[in-house]
Ligand binder design. Structure first.
Ligand SMILES: Nc1ncnc2c1ncn2[C@@H]1O[C@H](COP(=O)(O)OP(=O)(O)OP(=O)(O)O)[C@@H](O)[C@H]1O
Ligand SMILES: [Mg+2]
Length: 228
């Protein structure tokens, strides 16, 4: 039987504005993600995809509704508990890679392990293994400015999966890559996802990429609808 890893109920997000009614981004968003399930969220620029993903991953708070991740309701957790949950069970790939410039590819990949106090010979070997799998075995000691755009994005993917997370949140993980490279990088990413059996929520404007996931949702005019 499948196990629900994430569920959100009636989520809403709005931003308050000076001299105007609050800016409503979305409301009544509800869905669930099971063990090793892959889903995508598509929608045009400004539709609220990043805002939604950040709320689901506990990086931002909703204006209304609730999110339960790995049996924890996010609003009941304090900052430390939230950080611990994210570090242990979640992986995040940002719209822009956010690698730390003063650290090598291997060190960037190991950052969640270092932060979580899990740095060891074994975890270092595992980080090297992930980088090899993703085609960067010969780039371990390169700094971000010594890597191509696609290579940086692959390091960001390696970093997101190095702690064997239960769920990976990916925000346009290949948005700034050419089409061929984007698909190559994603194919490796999906292989890793299957190998690690992590659930995946991917935000993309690319329907071909979305088609690689089991379910597709569209965010449009503040409403999330399932395309089944
Ligand atoms: N901190 C903020 N304050 C006010 N408005 C915001 C804030 N953050 C985002 N918005 C607005 O919310 C809307 C949704 O933004 P979001 O980044 O979620 O869109 P998106 O779907 O990820 O777009 P893209 O595909 O361009 O990345 C946008 O219109 C944006 O201007
Ligand atoms: Mg976005």
């Amino acid at each position: 039987m499948s196990n629900i890893l994430l569920s959100c109920r009636n989520l809403a997000k709005s931003f308050s504005q000076i001299d105007a009614a609050p800016l409503e981004i979305f409301k009544n968003v509800s869905f669930e993600v099971s063990d090793s399930e892959t889903i995508s969220i598509v929608g045009s620029s400004g539709s609220g995809k990043t805002s939604l993903l950040q709320i689901l991953a506990g990086l931002d708070s909703a204006s209304d509704g609730r999110v339960i991740v790995c049996d924890e309701e996010l609003t009941t957790l304090n900052q430390n508990q939230l950080c611990a949950l994210r570090n242990k069970h979640l992986g995040f790939i940002y719209q822009f890679h956010h690698l730390l410039p003063e650290f090598t590819a291997l060190e960037n990949t190991m950052m969640p392990l270092i932060i979580g106090g899990m740095e060891s010979k074994e975890t270092r070997e595992y980080a090297e293994y992930i980088l090899q799998r993703i085609g960067l075995g010969k780039r371990l000691e390169h700094y971000p400015n010594q890597l191509s755009g696609g290579e940086r994005q692959r390091v960001a993917i390696a970093r997101a999966v190095v702690n064997k997370p239960k769920i990976v949140f990916a925000d346009e993980p290949t948005g700034n890559l050419d089409n061929t490279t984007a698909h190559q990088v994603l194919d490796i990413f999906f292989e890793l996802q299957q190998e690690l059996k992590t659930s995946l929520i991917i935000v993309t404007h690319d329907r071909e990429i979305a088609a690689k996931t089991q379910r597709i949702y569209t965010l449009h005019n503040g409403t999330l609808t399932a395309n089944f």
